[in-house]
Structures are given as C-alpha cells and as structure tokens.
Write a protein that binds this ligand. Sequence first.
Ligand code: PLP
Length: 455
Amino acid sequence: MDKPLQFYSTNLNSENISFHEALLMGQAPDKGLYMPVCIPAIPAAEIDEFRNMDYPGIAYRVILRFLRGEIQDDELMALVKDAYDYEVPLEQVFERKYVMRLDRGPTASFKDFAARMMGRLMQYYLKLENRRLLILTATSGDTGSAVANAFYGLDSIDIVVLFPKDEVTARQRKQMTTLGKNVRVLALDAKFDDCQALVKQAFADPQLAGLRLSSANSINIGRLVPQIVYYFYAYAELAEQGEEILFSVPSGNFGDMMGGVLAMKLGLPVRKFIIATNENNEFPEFLASGKYSKIEPSRNCISSAMNVGHPSNLARLVALYGGMMDEKGILGHPVNMERMRNDIWSVSISDAETRKTIGDAWYRWNLLLEPHGAVGWAGLLRFLGENHRQLADDQLCVSLETAHPAKFPDEIKRITGFDPPLPRSLQGIDDKPEYFSELPNNYTDFKTWLLENYK
Ligand SMILES: *Cc1c(COP(=O)(O)O)cnc(C)c1O
C-alpha cells in the first residue's frame, strides 16, 4: 500500500502523524489542530466521473485520498456504504439556486455526515489495536446527538457529552439523553464555549491520561474529512462540466465551511464561499479588517448551534492562507487576507433577519428553512443583491440547510403558523425517558465526576 499521508499540528509544535493516529488522538499535544501536510489533488477528469456516482461512491473516492495506505479499499467502501444510507436532497428554489438538505440522517442535522463516518473509522482502528477510548464532546445541540447516535452501542468506546443546559431545545436534548448504554450526558450551567473549554482542559490534564481521552468535536480531523464530500456531491448532481459553484455555508465552529474550502483545494470548481454567521460576527469583522477578536461570552441567537464566539476551526483556515493562529485566537503569522477575500465573502445575519428569511422563503418559494439554514440562505441573497453586476443570472448557487426544520418547531410555528412534520428519526422521542446529570461550570467538579465514573 502507499505511504500514509502525514498530518501536522497548526501550532507547529507536535510531530507529524498519519490520519488514523490523528483520528484517535483528537487534538494535537501542543493544542493545535491536525491538517494534511499537503492536500491531495483530485484530477478534473476524475471529478467529472463523480457525476455518474452515488453518494457513497463519491465519499469513497474523496475519503480514500486522506486514508491512503491506512485501510483496504473494500473495507473503506463497506464503511461508507453503511454510513451513508440516507438521501441528500438538492431542492431547487428558483432558477439555478438550490438548497442542499443535509438533514436526513438519523439525528436530522448535517453533523450525522461526519459523526457516522468518524465513529465507524474509530471503531475500525480501535478493534485492530485492541484498545478502548473515552470520547469527551461539548455540544451546542447537534454534535452531541449526532456523535452519541453514531457511537451508541460500540463496544470499544465510552462517550460523555457536555451541553449548555439553557442553549439546546428539548428535542435536541432528548436525542442525547434518551440513549443510555455507553452514552453519558452532562447538563452544565454554562455556555457552549465554557463546555468546550472544560473538555479542552481535561485533554491537557496529565492526571486524566489514564482515561484514554479523545475528542469527537470538530477539532478532530475525522470529523472534517467526511464534510468535504457533499460539496463534491452537489457538483456531481448539478454542475456542467468544470462549472464553478457559489456555496453559502451557515457557520459556527467552521468545520462545515472548512470541508468546503478543502474540497476547493482538492480541485472542486468553486466560484466563492459565503460564510454566513449569526450575530456572533467575529469572522466577518476579521475578514473586513484583518484584525481578529473573539466574542466573549458568545451571543445567544436562535441559530443556537452557531453561537460560537471563537470558532475552533479558524486555526485551520488561517493555516491554509499562510498564517498561524493558536488555540487562544492569537495570530502568530499574518494571514494572506487578499487571497482569503478572493475565495471567501462573509456576512453576519441578525435574528430579526433570520426570522424574516424563514417567513419570506416559505411564502415566496414554498421553501421551509430552520434558523441555521435561513442564515445561510439570507447570506446568499445578500451576496447576490450586492454583486449582481459581477454575476451571471444563471450562476449556480447552493446554500446548505444544516438541520431539519422539525428540530425547531416553536420558531417555525410562530412564523409560518404550522408545525413542521417530524422526520422518522424524531418520531416518538418526546415520550422517551431521559438520563443525564447536572454539573456546575467548574473544572474540578467535572474532573471529579470523570474520575469517579471511569477510573
Ligand atoms: C453545528 C451546526 C452548524 C455549524 O457548523 P460548524 O461546522 O460548527 O460551522 C450549523 N447548523 C447546524 C444545524 C449545526 O448543528
């Protein structure tokens, strides 16, 4: 088999390792994030062959680029077929403007794409090495349920999910707390960023080394690579040969949009990425000014999974554009802003505009959006409004819908007057018993809890 692709840490102070090592490690020892040393290219002719393939077929071709020499072809094929057994609708809204619905997986958010693949790959390597792991993950709603479902019942892995108790909807909570078995859930009197900070502190704590901790957050490279695939899928389904797509990505921790930017670096024809944030506008401000300051504490918006005041994947984006950013958000090397602005346009969408977008989309186009997807769609409409002179009318555009509207029934009912129909994956969940513990926002309590439960 080929020599494995190597991954470096964005803090540039850890050894390079292979994909499967980075997958099991999560964060690098120097607290940086793993990135491929060189980005493998997919030739244009092969990308055009994708147009005759289904989702698992494309996933296999893309993911293999990062796993070469580390898994047998037929084994990877079996994993992607098992992970991607649901549809990925591309809904035409008007002309050549589409919404890609990434909400048909078992927990009805786009995070299923990453979590299902990561869980299967981790299990595959842990079994080979006869090892166990304890996964810690902080969630603003959808990661926790996607990861918990993807790992539920796996015998080599225990999982602990931390969530900010006032920032997730009842349905999001129940998708995590009704599982049981190897899934334990902690409700914290804290914000998402605090949960994330507790998890990071636990990883860095030498007294917890015996627990074999790993992460399933978007800092894990195993989360990122599967998120490259659906950008290629949109191209395969919609584009003419070689045609560039304009993507709009509603963003919080920036894992989703990093998948897109990596797809472009692999060779996908892309006109531009629109990075649409909610009122946590640290990135649009950074792109405009070149100066970065995180937002602490993060602002509470109705697109709650994007309430992030300092996106952890920003260090990866900065690395791709020649800069260096440490885990605290401090820029070590400056970024090539001109190149970044050439590829990316960014906008912050208020809650008021998000709500108006949900209503307009429904009444104007019969397009049902939830708050996250509405931020993406609003971002696309803003860009089209401001740049119509530079764009052809038939510019192909794809805006990502990242959750199923039924996960946000109150907001949608208030605006449209009806309850969005439940997908099969959410039916029955309202009546199941819940299991979770409550903890204060305090590292000592969290550590004690871990040691008591997993020693
Ligand atoms: C996590 C999440 C996002 C944000 O994705 P990032 O990769 O963190 O930018 C957007 N929408 C939904 C529904 C999510 O769950």
